[in-house]
Design a protein around this ligand. Structure first.
Ligand code: SF4
Ligand code: SF4
Length: 220
């Protein structure tokens, strides 16, 4: 899922200065799961903004997904009556709000952090950078691009010690140690005897904004 966290309320309130009627719009998918922008958080932010007084009218709603234009019909009337929209979605969702309602100022209530997993109550971690050429099958299901702080194609580097990464030994495991241990447990350490070719970074965001077009589903 995409993991996000709420911006400080002072930053959010600053965006809304001068607006008289604001729609606070939550998203029912990733940011609901990571407890940043679902129905509950939308209600909380709306309440805080109402309590701040200043005569501004606050409307609230949550749609199933903000990254998909088909879900906005349900809030079209509310949006039409507002002079700004506060989006509690990831950056992709907030940009879709701006695309669907081009005449409305749209502000983000969240900071989009990363693509990752839930590791327990209140814990999330990054584990995929959407590199466009997944090599998990080679590296025992552990991502060298994300889990290694230097995204090394061949590791570990000289900074690996006691299974920890030199970038922050306290908090970061060495991704390449994890890859080694996992491949060993699977009896596949041979996979590391080959030098991996340099990654084609043009398939990542380094090659510019990416698009995916699929003719097989275009007419569905
Ligand atoms: S190899 Fe690429 S696609 Fe696969 S998990 Fe890592 S970053 Fe994501
Ligand atoms: S110590 Fe391990 S995780 Fe850190 S940069 Fe080196 S190989 Fe990557």
């Amino acid at each position: 899922m995409i993991v996000a966290e709420q911006k400080p309320i002072a930053e959010i309130a600053g965006y809304l200065d001068g607006h008289k009627r604001v729609l606070v719009l939550g998203c029912g998918t990733c940011v609901t799961v990571c407890l940043a922008g679902g129905e509950r958080e939308t209600a909380q932010i709306a309440s805080v903004l109402r309590l701040s007084g200043n005569g501004r009218e606050i409307l609230e709603n949550t749609i199933e997904r903000q990254c998909d234009a088909e879900f906005f019909d349900a809030v079209a009337d509310q949006a039409a009556g507002c002079d700004a929209i506060l989006s509690l979605a990831c950056g992709a969702g907030a940009q879709m709000v701006a695309r669907v309602f081009p005449e409305k100022p749209v502000y983000p209530a969240l900071n989009t952090k990363f693509m990752g997993t839930n590791d327990g109550a209140g814990e999330w971690s990054e584990n995929c950078l959407a590199c466009g050429d997944c090599k998990l099958g080679v590296f025992g299901g552990i991502c060298p691009v994300t889990r290694c702080s230097k995204s090394l194609a061949n590791g570990p580097c000289g900074g690996s010690a006691d299974g920890r990464c030199e970038v922050d030994p306290q908090n970061i495991e060495c991704g390449w140690q994890l890859i080694h241990d996992r491949l060993k447990a699977l009896g596949k350490l041979d996979a590391l005897s080959e030098i991996a070719a340099p990654r084609d970074w043009s398939k990542t965001h380094s090659g510019g904004p990416r698009r995916l077009s699929r003719e097989d589903v275009a007419g569905l």
